[in-house]
Design a protein. Sequence first.
Length: 126
Amino acid sequence: MSKTIISTAGAPAAIGTYSQAVRVGDTVYLSGQIGLDPASMQMVEGIDAQIVRVFENLKAVAEASGGSLADIVKLNVFLTDLGHFARVNETMAAYFSEPFPARAAVGVATLPRGALVEADGIMVLT
């Protein structure tokens, strides 16, 4: 089975040795997104702005892949402070509707570029 590399200017350019997303068959693996503004490549300030930016970045990559956030079946969220988990839930409600994707939330010591939150996902296109 062949793979297709997904890239969009609507999300930050990769800052390492990875692709924004890779499609294999009907499955799309979305790389982790942090709160980088895709135009300036600078981190947005504050946890609330970073959470929104993360979901906007994921949305852009999902759409470039031929789908939408509604096609995400598994979402992983990484937080440097699990005390922000309720804020992630509140913001997620603006981007996702039922049935919600499966999800993991993991507390981590640090994230790239000093980010407070990162999320990645798996999407299935039908």
